[in-house]
Write a protein that binds this ligand. Structure first.
Ligand code: SF4
Ligand code: SF4
Length: 266
């Protein structure tokens, strides 16, 4: 699992090779599931709350806490570890992870960490993904003999779906590497967290407030947002960009602008 403080020593590409095997009979079994900070993505929260049969609000209350990144002022949800000496993950058991098929993306990637950087491309800045080893002394999997490339590991751990759903949200988080970005105030941080993680409440906000009177959203999208959680996550990223004034990703209705005196009648 990627510790928030992981240090990147060697950048890996999709073709980079390594030897690793994790299994139930290994001495260090589940040692990686304690004393860690696991950053959650929007899709992690969706998978976990559905797995546990609870709402996003209940999940965030019980299993997560909010952390504000010092550099970017962005809010993140971090999985809450048990309040004991070992800081064990609430999902670890003697037999392994009890939410294994819905475990977070960072647990899937482990012992590989993944990051994204903004780099200068031909036509301006572009996102560049990179990988690195999370070398923790307790992890004995590197002594085993099964060979992988980063690409085959990703495939085995089924991370593509997670990356696809989280892509736009992750691109916003990369913004922390850009100098000169304004700090988010508390109100924007609350909106950011809501649209990232608290999907059930975000859906209520869209359908039970004046949201649809303020924003001009086509009917097809509105119907998708009513029932489709993946569409809601992707829409959440657009809303965050709007709130942060990164992009005119949503259109405000003319009627609303006239009410506010921003737009005059012709
Ligand atoms: S979610 Fe599962 S794999 Fe991840 S730390 Fe917890 S028990 Fe381990
Ligand atoms: S080999 Fe590494 S990933 Fe597997 S249980 Fe041991 S510490 Fe965890």
């Amino acid at each position: 699992m990627s510790k928030l403080s992981a240090v990147v020593e060697t950048k890996l590409s999709l073709d980079s090779k390594f030897k690793f095997r994790c299994h139930k009979d290994i001495k260090c079994f589940t040692k990686c599931c304690s004393n860690i900070d696991i950053l959650l993505t929007p899709y992690d929260v969706l998978r976990l709350k559905n797995r546990l049969g609870i709402s996003s609000e209940e999940f965030l209350d019980e299993y997560a806490h909010m952390k504000i990144d010092e550099k970017s002022s962005h809010p993140y949800a971090i999985l809450k570890m048990n309040d004991d000496k070992e800081r064990k993950c609430p999902f670890v058991t003697e037999d392994g992870c009890r939410v294994y098929t819905d475990r977070p993306a960072n647990c899937r990637y482990y012992p590989i960490g993944q990051g994204t950087l903004k780099v200068e491309g031909k036509n301006g800045p572009v996102d560049e993904e990179f990988y690195f080893f999370i070398n923790e002394k307790h992890c004995l999997g590197f002594e085993e003999n099964k060979e992988w490339t980063v690409a085959s590991w990703r495939n085995d751990q089924e991370v593509d779906r997670y990356d696809e759903v989280n892509r736009e949200w992750k691109a916003i988080q990369v913004r922390k590497n850009l100098p000169g970005q304004p700090e988010l105030d508390e109100n924007k941080q609350v909106q950011f967290y809501l649209a990232s993680y608290d999907l059930d409440r975000f859906r209520r906000y869209i359908f039970e407030s004046r949201f649809l009177k303020v924003f001009d959203i086509d009917e097809e999208t509105v119907e998708k947002l009513r029932n489709d959680d993946i569409e809601l996550i992707k829409f959440g990223a657009k809303y965050i960009k709007y709130v942060m004034m990164l992009e005119e990703s949503l259109k405000v209705r003319d009627e609303h602008l006239k009410d506010k005196g921003v737009l005059k009648d012709k």
